[in-house]
Design a protein around this ligand. Structure first.
Ligand code: ARG
Length: 458
């Protein structure tokens, strides 16, 4: 049964109906629609559109539907209702007759759909935050277990300065904290009720919108009904949170794919999360990480798609806006799934500390230390940089590391170099010297892990 048959002489073209219907995706708002409908029935009772008995009957039936769909959400999909709102209304009318036809008094699907979607976003943000915390916990565990795993830090994918695997984990922890903060900000702007705005100009009934918002757990109500039914900023924001979150996960995935490459072998992924090749028996592929990296594109696409859907859209509601849900659901589902997959990856990840160490030992990753050493001997940094460069060239020619060069060889480049250069060049010294807040020293890492654990408990 359609909600708007009265004005039409010819029934709907079935191909157009299929094109127009949104039930197959907006059925996911069914709980929110039932909850907002119960609240609406309560305010209609306050203004005597419904009597207490009628309200009770409606509420009972709505709760019955709620329980029914919780057991089997599929029942909705077998209906040919246009969308979730008409599905619920048709169920009420089937059961309660004319009483079911009263519920939509003073309400429009335009304020209804954005109310439902905001309620869905609020629950989803809470769910996302929980998932992010799980990943943060796993990163902290991995960091704790790998404080002694010294490995190369890269810039331009070239050995730059030594870091530890723990430090790498803590870098991603920071990104996840920013993702959390962004979600909390988005929550604040989503927590504003549009219900009672009607189609676009407000409701003609004497509704207390503040009470209504309180019934639904919204903190505030919107100010302007024309804006309220047209606003999908919260959808854009939530998808953009997902887009940024997925960028982080794609970098996480790419780093691990690189560390896992045959040539580096810094890490080994568990058999549980890798797959083999149909032809090459030796292969153990990091598909899980490649999929996280690959799915990032889909979420960026959802963001651009949603932006373009809203671009230059005249006020107020237009059917274009129905597209919002598929973009949103796809972006959020993908993000949550990739967060969970990242937890799985870290859960049984083995860091090959020996391989990491060998890689660092064979490189000129401590060159900055040598330059700083010369600075400490009163040589201007630019000159020190140049002397160090020349020493490195010599070492490369001799196929040696810096610490392999004898004191006499080093002194040829600067007489100021003494025996203490060798302790300066040691990896521990490279790490522990960087002891300013946020640095790689063991002390700073211990602080960072302690802080991270404290913030998770909060
Ligand atoms: N299914 C619609 C949507 O998701 C509900 C709102 C319909 N409103 C309207 N005036 N046609 O956007």
């Amino acid at each position: 049964m359609s909600l708007w048959g009265g004005r039409f002489n010819i029934s709907i073209n079935q191909k157009f109906k299929k094109f127009n219907d949104s039930l197959h995706f907006d059925y996911r708002l069914v709980e929110q629609d039932i909850i907002s409908s119960i609240a609406w029935s309560k305010v209609l009772t306050k203004i005597n559109v419904l009597n207490e008995h009628e309200q009770n009957q409606l509420e009972k039936e709505l709760n019955f539907l709620l329980n029914k769909i919780r057991v089997n959400p599929e029942i909705i999909l077998s209906s040919n209702a246009e969308d979730v709102h008409s599905w619920i209304e048709s169920q009420l009318i089937k059961k309660l007759g004319d009483l079911g036809k009263k519920l939509h008094t003073g309400r429009s699907r335009n304020d209804q759909v954005t109310t439902d979607l905001k309620l869905w976003c609020k629950i989803t943000i809470r769910n996302l935050l929980e998932n992010i915390i799980e990943l943060k916990k796993q990163l902290i565990i991995t960091a704790e277990n790998n404080q002694d795993a010294i490995m190369p830090g890269y810039t331009h994918l070239q050995h730059a300065q030594p870091i530890t695997f723990a430090y790498w984990c803590l870098a991603y922890l920071e990104m996840l904290t920013r993702d959390e903060n962004r979600l909390q900000d988005t929550f604040k702007r989503t927590d504003v009720s549009p219900l009672g705005c009607g189609a676009l100009a407000g409701t003609a009934y004497d509704i207390d919108r503040t009470k209504l918002a309180q019934l639904l757990g919204f903190k505030y109500i919107t100010n302007n009904c024309l804006d309220s039914v047209s606003d999908r900023d919260y959808v854009l924001e939530l998808i953009s949170n997902a887009a940024i979150g997925m960028i982080h996960l794609s970098r996480f995935a790419e780093d691990l794919i690189f560390f896992n490459s045959s040539d580096l072998g810094f890490i080994e992924l568990s058999d549980e999360v890798t797959s083999g090749s149909s032809i090459m028996p030796q292969k153990k592929n990091p598909d899980i990480l490649e999929l996280i990296r690959g799915k990032c594109g889909k979420v960026q696409g959802a963001l651009v798609g949603m932006m373009m859907t809203l671009k230059a859209l005249p006020l107020a509601y237009n059917k274009d806006m129905q597209e919002d849900k598929e973009y949103l659901f796809s972006a959020i589902d993908t993000w949550i799934e990739c967060i969970n997959m990242s937890v799985l990856v870290l859960n049984k990840l083995k860091v090959n500390k020996l391989r990491c160490r060998e890689s660092v030992d064979q490189s000129y990753i401590n060159a900055t230390e040598l330059a700083d050493y010369l600075v400490s001997k009163d040589i201007p940094f630019r000159t020190a940089h140049c002397i160090t460069g020349k020493i490195i060239l010599e070492a490369i020619n001799k196929n040696l590391t810096l610490q392999d060069l004898s004191l006499n060889e080093l002194k040829k480049f600067s007489p100021k170099i003494e025996e203490d250069i060798y302790s300066t060049l040691s990896l521990r010294s490279c790490l522990d010297k960087r002891n300013a807040k946020g640095g790689i020293s063991s002390l700073q890492i211990a602080y960072a892990i302690k802080d991270a654990k404290k913030s998770i408990k909060k």
